[in-house]
Design a protein around this ligand. Structure first.
Ligand SMILES: Cc1cc2nc3c(=O)[nH]c(=O)nc-3n(C[C@H](O)[C@H](O)[C@H](O)COP(=O)(O)O)c2cc1C
Length: 178
């Protein structure tokens, strides 16, 4: 098979790391929403999630100051709102109002849950050792919520630029290869 060279600048688009999530943070009386696709599970329990949150984003300062956020998992039904939240900075606008999303109080953190998302994870920052060099926060999920009515959530996966993939068929795989 003859393979061709692939641009290093697009490697990220082949290694999408999971569903696009909406990170909510609250600070100084303001709440904000930031789409994020660069995240990774790091531990089963307590659940640890590593996240790259750029220091160019308003959410970076909010997370650094409060050490709390919520990871909300949206589905394709609100995909346009998700992308819209990523095209603007929270300092300039109230994204809940602009995109018609509903903030609900969380139980263990000050950041709000997004009602329209089928799952919400309340998080506390567990480790900031790699923030200065990589903007990499390690979050511990301290409370998780899920809508039991949503059976097969069509989550949104970022393939670079304006390209996305919607999660599809669920299958079980048992390998017989020994
Ligand atoms: C699909 C998508 C995925 C994104 N993933 C990330 C990410 O993983 N980390 C990040 O820092 N910014 C990411 N962004 C960019 C931020 O969401 C964007 O800069 C946003 O406007 C920041 O909002 P804020 O300044 O209000 O925090 C992503 C944007 C989109 C649309």
């Amino acid at each position: 098979m003859a393979k061709k060279s692939f641009p290093l600048s697009e490697v990220y688009s082949l290694l999408e790391s999971g569903p696009v999530v909406l990170v909510t943070a609250a600070w100084a009386g303001k709440s904000n929403i930031m789409p994020m696709s660069w995240h990774t599970m790091m531990e089963f329990e307590p659940p640890l999630v590593g996240c790259v949150i750029s220091d160019l984003n308003d959410s970076f300062g909010m997370l650094k100051a409060t050490k709390e956020c919520v990871i909300n998992i949206p589905t394709v039904e609100i995909a346009e709102k998700v992308v819209g939240c990523g095209n603007i900075h929270g300092a300039k606008v109230n994204k809940f109002e602009k995109f018609g999303l509903t903030a609900k109080p969380a139980s263990m953190v000050a950041a709000p849950l997004i009602e329209e998302c089928y799952a919400n994870f309340e998080c506390q920052v567990a480790d900031m050792k790699m923030v200065v060099q990589y903007c990499f926060f390690i979050l511990e999920v301290v409370k998780a919520w899920i809508d039991p009515a949503v059976e097969n959530p069509k989550t949104i996966h970022h393939l670079g630029k304006e390209n996305f993939m919607i999660s599809g068929e669920r299958i079980k795989i048992k390998s017989k290869i020994k």
